[in-house]
Write a protein that binds this ligand. Structure first.
Ligand code: GTP
Ligand code: MG
Length: 630
């Protein structure tokens, strides 16, 4: 694969992780999580990117990290074999990272784009307490004895302290170096070895698969064994298992309270302590190439296993986004319920009466039958007059029904008001709600109303059309079935004639009983009218149902979809979160595959056995074999 392809994938992943980190930083309770994200992006830029691009394994990097005043700079001097780092009684003295290059032939300094993130390399020299986003590179002077440097393959980094996740500037400077490192030397002093934040930091680095050596400093000789055991049990014992199920092996050594003569002469008076430390490091490293492969593979593994956790912050935000969506959907249901209760249930669709009357007319006889029909109509006159008279007496109060537009507009106002109230109520709990609350009056509300009004015009056209269609269908349903129509017409006539004939025959000779004839034909007519009314009511109920579907399909569903997605549009953080959540797992997976493929190409056939320095007599703790975690 072309280096440029690696570069853009690495760049994209680093950017996404960086964006997530910034997103986390805006929520103070997520500062430790932001630290993990920074480590992940720094691993991508400082370790994976250069490896994929074929940068040489040498030099390896050792980062000395720990709490303020723990003795990190002093340990750097022990690693370097001479006093190069500024140890200072003032806690938090070292403010930016310094790389100490070994003596011996020069090697190529990493040149990868994005290497060390926002930290610039200082061209000149500055004291270690210069508080700037920089790192400097210094060379360890050649030792007077002329002995070969056991760490000639390593750059040794002195770092700022790790005391709080909140002090952004130091943490970021430190994390850049910690990510770059192949070996971490974690320094904790006798008095403050179990401080919470440095311990969290140590756990994070072990999880990232770094080779870690712990140095406990300023330990009183009689306490050394007990303190080492306690540290292994209490601090390292809480380490989670590695993805392959094994417990990470972290050697622990103790440096005693040293007199100044030892501290300032690491290769002479302090040599016994130095040898102990160097041995632990050399035992962890077999060859440059395999050490680097381990660092890079573990970094890729960390990204893929921590991937889900890294994205937790995004998930939390998206859960709030889902809560917004639910609020929108429940508002939609309330809108529809209100429309049903305040308009639809009382609406008679009077235009529909026209079709009911047409249906009634259809049942009258055509042609010659019309004469007969007219005769029967005459017979029904008393009934008609009475009915009209009674109907005139019973003046039904007009059922007050709000106009459809009034109900729709009021329902929209109710929906939006409720959403705004919810956003305001929750605005202190999460940025998603805060953004909605801030932009409600100026953007969301007016835009929602404008969309609604556009959709309303569309709805009004469709509803008139639908009503006409339903009415026509009612009439055409009968017109289109002549057999049924003629059966109904003749059926009605036959019933009328049978009624007339029966009265005449049963009550012959004619008398006042003939008055029964108008009563009976009126009754048959009333029955027909009731039947037609029932059919029309059925059709009216269908129209109501259709209207409900129409409101949902044309008005509320499109508006609800728009409202639900609104926080995720227009370049908002939710939109970016969704993209990142979608993209990061896939990029991490690809990255891990690329690392595997490249590592398979490079893996050394037979790693050389690590060199171990002879242990001088009188060292403080047990031999290295006993200094791993339980
Ligand atoms: N007496 C004594 N002092 C020590 C020992 N180790 C370190 N110190 C002193 O402790 C102080 C802090 O040590 P540093 O090495 O500067 O610690 P650091 O972790 O680099 O500190 P910051 O950079 O300020 O975070 C210095 O004054 C050291 O001289 C020791 O073994 N004995
Ligand atoms: Mg220091």
């Amino acid at each position: 694969m072309e280096p440029t392809e690696h570069r853009s994938a690495v760049g994209q992943l680093a950017d996404d992780l960086r964006w997530l980190e910034d997103h986390c930083r805006r929520q103070p309770e997520l500062s430790a999580h932001a630290g993990t994200l920074r480590l992940a992006s720094a691993l991508t830029r400082n370790v994976i990117g250069p490896f994929l691009e074929g940068q040489p394994a040498r030099p390896l990097h050792i980062a000395v990290v720990g709490g303020a005043g723990a003795g990190k700079s002093t340990v750097v001097n022990f690693l370097s074999g001479t006093v190069v780092a500024e140890a200072n009684p003032q806690a938090g003295y070292t403010r930016h990272p310094t790389a100490f290059l070994p003596t011996g032939p020069a090697f190529q300094w990493p040149t990868y784009i994005g290497f060390m993130g926002s930290l610039n390399r200082l061209s000149g020299e500055k004291p270690a307490n210069a508080d700037e986003d920089v790192y400097q590179v210094k060379r360890i002077p050649v030792s007077k004895s002329g002995d070969a440097d056991p760490l000639s393959d390593f750059v040794i980094w002195d770092c700022p302290d790790m005391t709080t996740w909140a002090s952004l500037v130091y943490v970021n400077r430190l994390l850049e170096v910690a990510a770059l490192a192949d070996v971490i030397v974690y320094v904790a002093s006798d008095e403050r070895y179990n401080d919470e934040v440095p311990t969290q930091f140590l756990h994070m680095l072990v999880k990232a698969g770094k080779a870690v050596v712990v140095v406990l400093t300023k330990v009183r000789e009689p306490d050394a064994a007990a303190l080492t055991d306690h540290f292994k049990r209490e601090i390292l014992g809480r380490l989670p298992k590695l993805p392959d199920g094994t417990t990470p092996a972290v050697p622990v050594i103790a440096f005693p309270q040293m007199p100044q003569s030892e501290r300032t002469d690491p290769s002479g008076a302090g040599a016994k302590h130095r040898v102990l430390l160097l041995n632990q490091i050399l035992m962890a490293v077999d060859s440059d190439a395999s050490m680097r492969i381990r660092t890079v593979s573990n970094a890729a593994k960390f990204l893929s296993t921590a991937g889900a956790g890294l994205l937790d912050v995004a998930r939390k935000d998206l859960a709030e986004f889902d809560a917004w969506k639910s609020a929108v959907v429940s508002g939609k249901a309330e809108f529809e319920e209100r429309y049903r209760n305040e308009f639809l249930s009382g609406e008679q669709f009077h235009r529909f009466d026209r079709y009911r009357d047409q249906l009634m007319d259809l049942l009258e006889l055509p042609g010659a039958g019309r004469m007969l029909g007219g005769f029967i109509w005459l017979l029904r006159s008393p009934y008609r007059w009475t009915r009209d008279y009674v109907a005139g007496l019973i003046v039904r109060p007009d059922v007050f029904n709000l106009s459809e537009q009034t109900v729709l507009t009021a329902s929209l106002t109710g929906w939006l008001d409720k959403l705004q109230a919810e956003a305001l109520r929750r605005s202190s709990t999460h940025a998603v709600w805060k953004q909605i609350a801030i932009r409600f009056d100026t953007e969301l509300g007016p835009q929602a109303r404008e969309r609604f009004n556009q959709e309303l015009r569309n709805f009004e056209m469709k509803e008139t059309d639908e009503l006409e269609q339903a009415g026509k269908k009612l009439v055409e349903g009968l017109e289109g079935r002549p057999a049924l129509l003629y059966s109904l017409r003749s059926g009605k006539l036959i019933v009328d004639l049978v009624a007339v004939g029966s009265v005449v025959a049963l009550t012959w000779p004619p008398g006042w009983y003939l008055l029964l004839i108008p009563v009976l034909v009126s009754a048959t007519h009333q029955a027909t009218e009731l039947a037609v009314r029932a059919v029309a009511e059925g059709a009216r109920a269908r129209v109501r149902h259709q209207r409900e579907t129409l409101v949902s399909g044309v008005l509320t569903t499109p508006l609800s979809t728009w409202l639900a997605e609104w926080p995720a549009t227009g370049g908002s953080s939710i939109e970016k979160l969704q993209q990142v959540l979608h993209r990061v797992p896939e990029t991490i997976r690809q990255m891990e595959q690329r690392v595997k493929a490249k590592a398979a190409e490079l893996v050394p056939v037979k790693p050389p056995t690590p060199s171990v320095l002879p242990l001088p007599p009188g060292v403080l703790t047990e031999a290295p074999k006993d200094s791993t975690t339980p």
